[in-house]
Design a protein around this ligand. Structure first.
Ligand SMILES: Nc1ncnc2c1ncn2[C@@H]1O[C@H](COP(=O)(O)OP(=O)(O)OP(=O)(O)O)[C@@H](O)[C@H]1O
Ligand SMILES: [Mg+2]
Length: 250
C-alpha cells in the first residue's frame, strides 16, 4: 500500500509526519514499512531519523531488473523502530536522475517487499510527484491554518478530482499546527477546503524540533505525548485500511 504525504506549502510538517507515521507502522509491522524520501532536491528523512545513507534510489539504476532490486533494497537503512528509510538522492545534483520511470520501477519493487510504502513528497508538482500521487492508495495532504494555504489546498483537491482522476475518498486531510495557534480554526479549514479534517495535530512547541536535532523519532521516544498518540492513531487507521484492502482481495 502506497501512502503519499503531500502539502501545497513547504514547512507544513510533511517530513515530520512521514517519518513518525512510517516509524509507527514499523513498530506495528517490523521490517514491513519503508519510507521513500522523494522530497527533492533535499532529502532530510534519514538525517531526521539519525541514519547515515550510503546508497539511494538515484544510484540504484541498473538495466538488469535483478540487480536493480538488489541495489535498491541494499540502499534502505534499517531504523530501530522497525521502519526502513530509503533516500532518493545523496546529493542535490543527483535529483535529475530521479525520473518518473525510475520511481515507478522502484515502487513496483518496493510493493513486492513491503506492505507499507510511505512517500515524503516535495512541494513542486513535478512529473515524479504526479506519478506517485496517481499511484498512491492513500494521499495524506498536510494542511496548515493559513487562509492562502487553505485556498491552495481547495484548488489542489479540485485538480485531484478533475484533472488527475483521483477519487476524494483516497485523500485524507490532516490539519497540522507547526506554529502556535492562529486565528484560523479547524472549522475554517473544513469550510474553505469543503472537506472534513481526518485528524488535527496540535502545535507542540519545540518537541518536534528537539527530536529532529537529536535524531529521535517521537512515536518511539515519547509515545505518551499527545502528538505521538495522534500519529500512532493515524498509523492504526492506515493499518486497518490495509487489512480491509487485503480482506477484499481474498
Ligand atoms: N505540530 C507541530 N508542532 C510544532 N512544530 C512542528 C509541528 N509540525 C512540524 N513542526 C516543525 O515545523 C518545521 C517544519 O516541519 P517539516 O520539516 O516536517 O515540514 P516539511 O513540510 O517537510 O518542510 P519542507 O518543505 O522543508 O520539506 C520543523 O521544524 C518541525 O519540527
Ligand atoms: Mg520535508
Amino acid at each position: 500500500m502506497i501512502i503519499a504525504v503531500y502539502a501545497v506549502k513547504g514547512g507544513a510538517g510533511r517530513t515530520t509526519i512521514a517519518v513518525n507515521l512510517a516509524a509507527a507502522l514499523g513498530q506495528k509491522h517490523r521490517g514491513d514499512c519503508v519510507l521513500l524520501d522523494l522530497s527533492l532536491p533535499y532529502n532530510h528523512a534519514a538525517l531526521v531519523a539519525n541514519l547515515v545513507p550510503a546508497g539511494c534510489l538515484a544510484l540504484s539504476e541498473r538495466p538488469d531488473e535483478n540487480h536493480f532490486e538488489e541495489a535498491l533494497l541494499a540502499a534502505g537503512l534499517h531504523h530501530h523502530t522497525g521502519m526502513v528509510v530509503l533516500p532518493s538522492v545523496l546529493r542535490v545534483e543527483q535529483s535529475e536522475l530521479v525520473t518518473p520511470m525510475l520511481v515507478q520501477r522502484a515502487l513496483a519493487v518496493l510493493e513486492q517487499t513491503f506492505s507499507y510504502i510511505v512517500v515524503d513528497l516535495g512541494v513542486a508538482m513535478t512529473e515524479v510527484t504526479l506519478s506517485v500521487l496517481e499511484r498512491a492508495n492513500r494521499i495524506i495532504v498536510m494542511v496548515t491554518a493559513e487562509l492562502p494555504t487553505l485556498k491552495d489546498t481547495a484548488d489542489l483537491l479540485q485538480i485531484f478530482e478533475t484533472v488527475l482522476d483521483i477519487p476524494p475518498a483516497r485523500v485524507s486531510l490532516v490539519l497540522n499546527h507547526p506554529r502556535p495557534q492562529t486565528m484560523v480554526t479547524r472549522a475554517d479549514a473544513e469550510r474553505v477546503t469543503k472537506r472534513p479534517m481526518h485528524m488535527e495535530i496540535a502545535y507542540d512547541g519545540a518537541r518536534f524540533d528537539r527530536a529532529a536535532v537529536m535524531g529521535e523519532v517521537l512515536v518511539a521516544t515519547e509515545p505518551s505525548s499527545a502528538v505521538a498518540k495522534t500519529l500512532t492513531r493515524l498509523a492504526s487507521s492506515i493499518s486497518d485500511e490495509h487489512k480491509g484492502r487485503a480482506a477484499k482481495r481474498n
